[in-house]
Ligand binder design. Sequence first.
Ligand SMILES: [Zn+2]
Length: 132
Amino acid sequence: MKLIDLRCSSCGAMMQVNPDLKKVVCNYCGSELLIDDESKKIEIANSYEYGYEAEKGKIKAQEEKLLEQKEKNKRKSLSKLIIWSFLFVLSLIAIKVAGTVDTFFVNIFSLCAFVLFVCIILALKDFLVIRG
Ligand SMILES: [Zn+2]
């Protein structure tokens, strides 16, 4: 059951009443109050106001969530960038080491380095796009 706020016209106390009732008795001073259409109108005006505030709150929450998601993506792309860069350096070292052993491994690690380089470029692009 939905209740509306009503102020007692004799003592000023606030109470919650069922708007379907025709009259209520104030808990504080005992006066009988009639529930008229005026109080229902106030209730409707309030619900518009509350609805507006609730909608505003919802939009704000969505914006915050979006910002949070953006921050998360930023961190993710940054850590990707760091990992790819680390592996890229590692493969460059491997090329240098393999150079003293076998050209076959040099080719393998060169391919790795190339793939990692492409990954770095893509991750860097992502990061810059997210950062805006
Ligand atoms: Zn009262």
